[in-house]
Design a protein around this ligand. Structure first.
Ligand SMILES: Nc1ncnc2c1ncn2[C@@H]1O[C@H](COP(=O)(O)OP(=O)(O)OP(=O)(O)O)[C@@H](O)[C@H]1O
Ligand SMILES: [Mg+2]
Length: 249
């Protein structure tokens, strides 16, 4: 079992899309999978067609355990702990408590007996929620948008990972960098891919996720892309990325 944090301080790089779609692919492949939405925007929750009516990831920061809070989704093998918008307040309040960075790690105890993969969808800031996620995770998966400033974002998140490793979680490793929203027709996408490969070599996933209308449309139907349009290039890419993750795990 491994706990993966999807993290990158840069906004809109595909963290949530990657969390939802990798989780859905692995669940479909028969792996018991838990997705935890740690972003007050709750996009991972709505992306699976769910909402938080009762308990939510807020409760993880309040002493509840993930095993208790996880609920089934419409997809077999895939469980979810949804987010509510009030998570933003919880994050601010956390800062005033003692040992504030380890709440999530505590709450995730026991998940290893139940799940093969746990994904934590982080917000685009290095606030209390992301730090809790990095303190609780085994591995960080960094989605990188194929654009000019991508490398700066990667350098930032790698620095944060290093800091968390030194201070809170020595076993934290990098699962890899996944290039997303790749527009195959542009020179820029190829250049960014080459740069990342040069700097990070095997850490870069071989699979590159293309920019795809189907991937962008799927959440508005509350579906991962493999359920929305199984034969699309986007579904194929996320399936391959999921299999690559299994190989690397
Ligand atoms: N491969 C793709 N092709 C087309 N659109 C995509 C792709 N991946 C993500 N998107 C779209 O780009 C936007 C940002 O993606 P997403 O929400 O996954 O990023 P994020 O890093 O989680 O953002 P935030 O930092 O706000 O949490 C969304 O509207 C999403 O549907
Ligand atoms: Mg997101």
């Amino acid at each position: 079992m491994s706990i993966y944090a999807l993290a990158n301080q840069k906004g809109g790089v595909g963290k949530t899309t990657t969390a939802v779609n990798l989780a859905a692919c692995l669940a479909e492949a028969g792996e018991r999978t838990l997705l935890i939405d740690l972003d007050p925007q709750a996009n991972a929750t709505s992306g699976l067609g769910e909402s938080a009516n009762g308990t939510s990831s807020f409760d993880l920061l309040d002493g509840a355990s993930a095993v208790e809070l996880a609920t089934r989704t419409r997809f077999s093998n895939l469980e979810l702990i949804p987010a509510r918008h009030d998570l933003a307040g919880a994050a601010a309040e956390l800062a005033h408590r003692g040992d504030a960075e380890r709440y999530l790690a505590q709450a995730l105890r026991g998940t290893s007996d139940r799940y093969r993969f746990v994904f934590l969808d982080c917000p685009p800031t290095l606030g209390a929620l992301t730090v809790n996620a990095l303190a609780a995770a085994d591995r960080v998966l960094v989605p990188v948008q194929a654009e000019y400033y991508a490398l700066e974002g990667v350098a930032q998140i790698l620095g944060s990972i290093e800091a968390v490793r030194a201070r809170l979680n020595p076993r934290l490793t990098i699962a890899g960098l996944l290039l997303t929203m790749v527009d195959g027709r542009t020179r820029l996408a190829a250049d960014v891919g080459n740069e990342l490969e040069k700097h990070f070599g095997p850490l870069l996933f071989k699979t590159r996720v293309p920019r795809s209308i189907r991937i962008a449309e799927a959440p508005s139907h509350g579906l991962p892309v493999i359920a929305y349009d199984r034969r699309s290039a986007g579904a194929d890419a996320y399936w391959k990325a999921a299999m690559e993750l299994v190989e690397r795990s």
